[in-house]
Design a protein. Structure first.
Length: 204
């Protein structure tokens, strides 16, 4: 793609690094910004830079946060003795959009996948175990993507917490096996949470 300006070309190259953004879409976005007021574009850039620089991760659940503790963990109305274990922050957003869950979360940062070089030590599993012990958790809900890697992760964590008395459940199989949690529609996800099952019923 031949562009008349090196500055324009560099901007297009940066936008095209974003997932799902090709060169043509990147060019359309850059040309749109060129039509905007200079101050608006400067504010746009500063907002993105500030987000990347100042955003934090909750010291308790590893969700994104503006402070040391996220707004979910600090909300006294939510059930603090209930933990929903998820793979990524996107899963927290997906579940929150259903408005059917009123507990807290724990973001693992991935799932066990030996083929991808991801082992238990690279995930936030130990902090989950310590949290269950310290906070006397009553229920642990696994909301991991229903695939082999997700089931392996559940099995591993279940063994690590076997000596605790908390109830261990998982979202119902309304989510198709092999599917990705973040792509499930809100109704299916809400129903899966409401009809969660004891882990022993499907993890062998």
């Amino acid at each position: 793609m031949q562009l008349p300006s090196l500055l324009l070309e560099n901007a297009v190259a940066q936008f095209s690094k974003l997932p799902g953004i090709g060169k043509k879409t990147a060019l359309r976005l850059v040309l749109h910004l060129l039509k905007q007021d200079v101050n608006d574009v400067q504010h746009f850039g500063e907002t993105i830079a500030r987000m990347r620089r100042d955003i934090k991760f909750c010291q308790r659940c590893h969700n994104i946060s503006d402070g040391d503790i996220c707004s979910i963990c600090s909300n006294s109305v939510r059930k603090q003795n209930m933990i929903c274990v998820v793979e990524t922050i996107r899963d927290v957003i997906a579940i929150e959009s259903t408005q059917q869950y009123n507990g807290t979360y724990h973001v693992l940062g991935g799932i066990i996948s030996p083929l991808d070089g991801i082992g238990p030590d690279q995930l936030k599993i130990e902090s989950l175990v310590h949290r269950i012990e310290k906070e006397q958790t009553e229920e642990l809900i696994f909301a991991l993507s229903p695939n082999i890697q997700g089931d392996t992760t559940i099995y591993y964590i279940q063994k690590k917490i076997a000596h605790f008395t908390c109830r261990v459940t998982t979202i119902a199989r309304g989510i198709a096996f092999g599917g990705e949690l973040e792509y499930a529609d809100e109704m299916t996800l809400a129903r899966s949470l409401a009809n969660r099952l004891p882990v022993q019923q499907y993890v062998k």
